[in-house]
Structure formats: structure tokens, C-alpha cells
Design a protein around this ligand. Structure first.
Ligand SMILES: Cc1ncc(COP(=O)(O)O)c(C=O)c1O
Length: 382
């Protein structure tokens, strides 16, 4: 059976050039980047080159990049680190109700540690209100963490405007850009971002590697202690092969960005058109205007998400509900709750489609046909 992978927001396949680079480094360069001899220097060279590429990709400087084990660690490092370092200025934090759990659960832990967290609501399209953000800011607010683009519905927040609001406030501005990085053009200076989280496996890089951008004047308390790696902010011998592969993934993402954006927007339009033509009843979760090009979340009234996912999987189509799947059952999405309320039928019938470099137009046609027949079948049985 031909399988079609439309779950690139969950994770993406490594690009062949990324694999090639990783294998090359694993084969040829095993030195410890902290060693003074030539083996160490060869490894260090890969790290230095990668750091320059990662920094340039967001308009940052090399000393502002802390390599991490991925998006989760970058989010934890930013939130715990900033909260601890600036607690003498206050203990109030602002975030949103639709963050990834890497931010939400960290905020909940910070609440247990004596911080106060405001969780901003969002409108039906998943956007925060700038007026509400302004009203929530207090003299003791030390951190505002608002995600760049949402992983479940794709909604993009008004980054520049948020940066502008925070410009004359003491609060540091962190954004989880794990889903936006590589597809949106990000400039940390334009949006006055102080900290930004990225993960490699969402952009065809290896799993278990990412980075935190931290503006040079922002201090974070380290959470791991040991060697002097990452300017004493993250001790431990660097994952050289993954970092070199990550660099390759970033170079490809930057070079292909504009083409991919247009291609993925076209896939969205095509899928929607095909479903409309087949008279499938559905509603869009999120917005087509302020949206990540690779994420499309649709609600299919009269169906059930678990049955949809299983039935689509049986036809070879891998999609997701976008929200956490625990022990085989799907938890109602906190993102859809924030957008549509606890009682909304959308909580039980929404599917996320996400595209990547392997996705083709033909796959979208096939997916549209499969969705049409699965929805028809489920509506007759549920
Ligand atoms: C928005 C967002 N933040 C953070 C993460 C976590 O990243 P990682 O899997 O690299 O830990 C993800 C991954 O699902 C994500 O989509």
C-alpha cells in the first residue's frame, strides 16, 4: 500500500543531504570540540560553522545561539532561566492558552515555584488580542512568552506588534518558533525578540537537536553544570554530527523557503477545493490569512477524530489530531478549547494536515479522495 505522510508538523523526514552530512561527520570527525589537538579542532570547526549559519538565519550573532537537545529544552531553558535571573524585578509572567506543552507545563511548574502566570485567551482564529496583552502587562512582569506559529492550527501571532508593545517594558520577550522557523522569515531584531526556540526535526534535520536564541544582554541562570560549553550556559560535550546536519537543514530551509511557502499554500487551496467539490462538509480551524503555510486544521462535523485517524491510516494516509495522544485516546485539544470553548463539537472532529518537502500534488488529490470516502462512511455509522 502506498503511504502518504501528511504529518510534517509532528516531525519531518531528514533531507538526503542532511543524512549525507551527518554520516560524513560521524565517519570522519569524532574529536571532542574542547580538545586542543587537530581532532578536536576539526570538530570545533563544524560547530563554529553551524553556529554562524544558525545565527544568520534569524539575524542574530553567533554568541547569541545556545545549542540544545531540541525545542522542549530551548523552551524550558528560556522560561526557567529568565524567570530565575530576573526574579528580583518581579514574578509575573504572561503567556497564551494555546502554547505547546513545553511552554505550558513549564509555566505550571513556575506557578508552583511562586510565580504568577497570566494565560492570554485567543479569538476564534487563534490570535491573541494586543489590547489584552497591553492590559495584562504589570510593573512586575518579567517575561512574555508567545508562540510564533501554532503547531495544531497554524495560526501566526502578530510578532512585530508584540515586540513593539514590549519595547519599553522590562519584560523579556520569548517566542516558541519551533513550527514557524524554516517556513517564516524571522528577524529577531525586527520583532524585538529576546529569546526564541527552534527544533531541527521540524525542518528535515535530526531529532534531538535545536537551539535557543538569547539576545546578548539577556542573562539566564544555567540549569546544567559541568564544562564550559555554550558559554557556560549548557554544559556537556556537543552533539557534533547532529549540529553539522542541523546546519545543512537550515541552509536548505533558507534556500527553499519562498518556493516551499507557495507550494504549501497551493496544497492548502487544492485540498480545500477538492473537498468542496466533493461536497464534504467541513470548517477551517484557524485562519488562512495569518497562518503557517504547512499547517491546515479542518473540522468534519458528524465524524469522530479517533475513527478518522484510524480509517485514514488504514488507507495509508498519516495525519494527526494535532493534540496529545495518551494511551491510545486523544485528549481534547487545549488549543481548540481556547478557540471554540469546552463544548464545541470541533474538539472531537478536527484533523491536522501538515505538508513537507516530500509532499506532492498527487498526494493531495489522493488524500482528498480518501477523506471524502472516510467522512461519508463515518457519517453513516456514527
Ligand atoms: C510549537 C512547538 N514547540 C515545541 C516543540 C517541542 O520540540 P522538540 O520535539 O524538539 O522537543 C514542538 C514539537 O512538537 C512544537 O510543535
Amino acid at each position: 500500500m502506498e503511504r502518504i505522510y501528511l504529518d510534517h508538523a509532528a516531525t519531518s523526514p531528514m533531507h538526503p543531504r542532511v543524512i549525507e552530512k551527518m554520516v560524513k561527520v560521524m565517519n570522519e570527525t569524532f574529536g571532542n570540540p574542547s580538545s586542543i589537538h587537530s581532532f578536536g579542532r576539526e570538530a570545533r570547526h563544524y560547530l563554529d560553522e553551524a553556529r554562524a549559519t544558525l545565527a544568520a538565519s534569524i539575524g542574530a550573532r553567533e554568541n547569541e545561539i545556545i545549542v540544545t537537545s531540541g525545542g522542549t529544552e530551548a523552551d524550558n531553558m528560556a522560561l526557567f532561566g529568565i524567570a530565575e535571573s530576573y526574579k528580583q524585578n518581579g514574578k509575573h509572567i504572561i503567556t497564551t492558552q494555546i502554547e505547546h506543552h513545553a511552554v505550558l507545563h513549564t509555566c505550571q511548574q513556575l506557578e508552583k515555584n511562586g510565580y504568577e502566570v497570566t494565560y492570554l485567551p485567543v479569538d476564534e482564529t487563534g490570535r491573541i488580542s494586543l489590547a489584552e496583552l497591553t492590559a495584562s502587562l504589570r510593573d512586575d512582569t518579567i517575561l512574555v512568552s508567545i508562540m510564533y506559529g501554532n503547531n495544531e492550527v497554524g495560526t501566526i501571532q502578530p510578532m512585530k506588534e508584540i515586540g513593539q508593545i514590549l519595547l519599553n517594558h522590562q519584560a523579556k520577550f520569548h517566542t516558541d518558533a519551533v513550527q514557524a522557523y524554516g517556513i517564516e522569515k524571522i528577524d529577531v531584531n525586527e520583532s524585538h525578540i529576546d529569546a526564541l526556540s527552534v527544533s531541527a526535526h521540524k525542518i528535515n534535520g535530526p531529532k534531538g537537536i535545536g537551539f535557543l536564541y538569547l539576545r546578548s544582554d539577556v542573562i539566564i541562570a544555567p540549569r546544567s553544570f559541568g564544562g564550559e560549553q555554550e558559554r557556560k550556559r549548557r554544559a556537556g560535550t556537543e552533539n557534533v554530527a547532529s549540529i553539522a546536519a542541523f546546519q545543512e537543514a537550515v541552509e536548505i530551509a533558507v534556500a527553499d523557503r519562498d518556493i516551499k511557502r507557495e507550494k504549501f499554500k497551493g496544497f492548502k487551496r487544492l485540498l480545500i477545493k477538492k473537498l468542496q467539490e466533493a461536497r464534504v462538509e467541513f470548517a477551517l480551524n484557524g485562519s488562512l490569512e495569518h497562518s503557517l503555510p504547512h499547517v491546515l486544521n479542518l473540522s468534519f462535523p458528524g465524524t469522530n477524530v479517533e475513527a478518522m485517524l484510524v480509517n485514514l491510516d488504514l488507507t495509508g494516509i498519516a495525519v494527526s489530531s494535532g493534540s496529545a495522544c495518551t494511551a491510545g485516546s486523544i485528549e481534547p485539544s487545549h488549543v481548540l478549547v481556547a478557540m471554540h470553548g469546552k463544548e464545541s463539537e470541533r474538539l472531537v472532529n478536527s484533523i491536522r494536515f501538515s505538508f513537507g518537502f516530500t509532499t506532492t500534488e498527487e498526494e493531495i488529490f489522493k488524500a482528498a479522495d480518501a477523506i471524502t470516502s472516510v467522512v461519508a462512511r463515518l457519517r453513516n455509522t456514527i
